[in-house]
Design a protein around this ligand. Sequence first.
Ligand code: SF4
Ligand code: SF4
Length: 154
Amino acid sequence: MQLEINLKKIQQITKEKENENLSFHAFLKEQDSDKIDTIVKRLNEELTPQISCLDCGNCCKNLRPIATNEVLGRYVAEKDIESVRYVIGFSCSHLDGNKCTIYSERPEECRSYPYLDKDGFVARYLGMLQNYEICPIVFNVMEHLKLELGWENN
Ligand code: SF4
Ligand code: SF4
């Protein structure tokens, strides 16, 4: 399966696949969560090196973390953190072109993004859907996951 890295195309496909991705969530909820985490982590390791963040920068142009996980965790259940973590649509003031000007000191939320190496992918799925439209890594991992699980939208 070829990787899709064109951001406009990803946006368009996201709209087209809105219902499909909700059906996929229903399917995932019936699967073994640990098994899904193992596959997602492997796909993340395989696909991330094939996608250039320097050619993209889309997360830094679109997502602003509103607080650290630690602070959010005091008020929001862990499974819901991802869906409230960001204000959407604001470019980071540390961004110059596609480059982070404070890269070596960037916040933990930036280092961890897009969180595909963390446990609980299924529980965090709705938050991940937000990132599916924004991050080509998430988009491609999710599409490869469907393929690997032999899932088809009926
Ligand atoms: S601090 Fe750097 S990595 Fe984090 S959002 Fe801003 S530009 Fe991106
Ligand atoms: S949106 Fe994803 S692919 Fe693009 S720069 Fe951010 S982490 Fe990298």
